[in-house]
Design a protein around this ligand. Structure first.
Ligand code: R1P
Ligand code: URA
Length: 235
């Protein structure tokens, strides 16, 4: 096992869906995968492997925030040989023409995290981006399934509760669609170790309008996004 994942080599598929919420991982595994097996319960951050349309796929909770997501991304790639990581998350919309339940694919991820500033000695503002082939596949899958998929940039923020909502207005002026808390780290670490990554999100909050989904919807209400993620993972 690695430090934070209690799996043996070979227990985890090359393709992994990464929800922040470990209970969403359980729901995805039990609802969508054939013959799911739980390979890790370390720290309650559940991971499962099963098959989708006959192809092995794993689902691993990654926790909230970039320090947590970085640990799982690093270990999945470097200790278990994972090649494709598709984050399946919730987000808060910051532009007017998004509604609760809409699905987004993040082409790029701005961030207020200090992790990449440290990585590049404060000298470079690195641009974390999605893997193009995964993004193109996700767009094709969504078209085929008749699911509207909005593609654009997002913000990966350190704080869920911000004291600076004015900054979200400025980002919206630059076309940023929504805020979540992991994508920049997942994109950066995947790029660093030669893996592919994509973030797909469902709008669970509208930050400007003060709209919020209930907790059970955040855990078990994202079927469209999960189907896009699974089809994309095995393409
Ligand atoms: O729904 P998940 O995947 O956890 O993602 C979002 O939800 C959490 C905050 O509620 C953060 O992890 C954020 O990125
Ligand atoms: O980071 C997040 C995730 C969901 N909703 C938000 O408002 N922010």
């Amino acid at each position: 096992m690695s430090v934070h994942i209690g799996a043996q080599p070979g227990d985890i598929a090359e393709r992994v869906l990464l929800p922040g919420d470990p209970m969403r991982a359980k729901w995805i595994a039990e609802t969508f995968l054939q013959d799911p097996v739980c390979y890790s319960q370390v720290r309650g951050m559940l991971g499962f492997t099963g098959t989708w349309q006959g192809v092995p796929v794993s689902v691993q909770g990654s926790g909230m925030g970039m320090p947590s997501a970085s640990i799982y991304t690093h270990e999945l790639i470097n200790d278990y040989g994972v090649r494709s990581l598709i984050r399946i998350g919730s987000c808060g919309a910051i532009i007017d023409d998004l509604n609760l339940g809409d699905v987004i694919a993040a082409i790029g991820s701005a961030t207020d995290s200090n992790m990449n500033r440290m990585r590049f000695d404060g000298l470079i503002d690195y641009a974390p981006v999605a893997d193009f082939s995964l993004l193109r596949t996700a767009a094709d899958v969504a078209d085929r399934r008749g699911i509207a998929l909005r593609v654009g940039p997002i913000l990966a923020a350190d704080a869920f509760y911000t004291d600076r909502p004015d900054l979200y207005d400025s980002l919206a002026d630059y076309g940023v669609l929504a805020v979540e808390m992991e994508s920049a780290a997942i994109y950066t670490i995947a790029a660093r170790y030669g893996a592919r990554a994509l973030t797909i999100l469902t709008v669970s909050d509208h930050i400007k309008r003060g709209e919020k989904m209930a907790a059970d919807q955040r855990e078990q209400g994202f079927s469209d996004m999960v189907r896009i993620g699974l089809d994309t993972a095995i393409a």
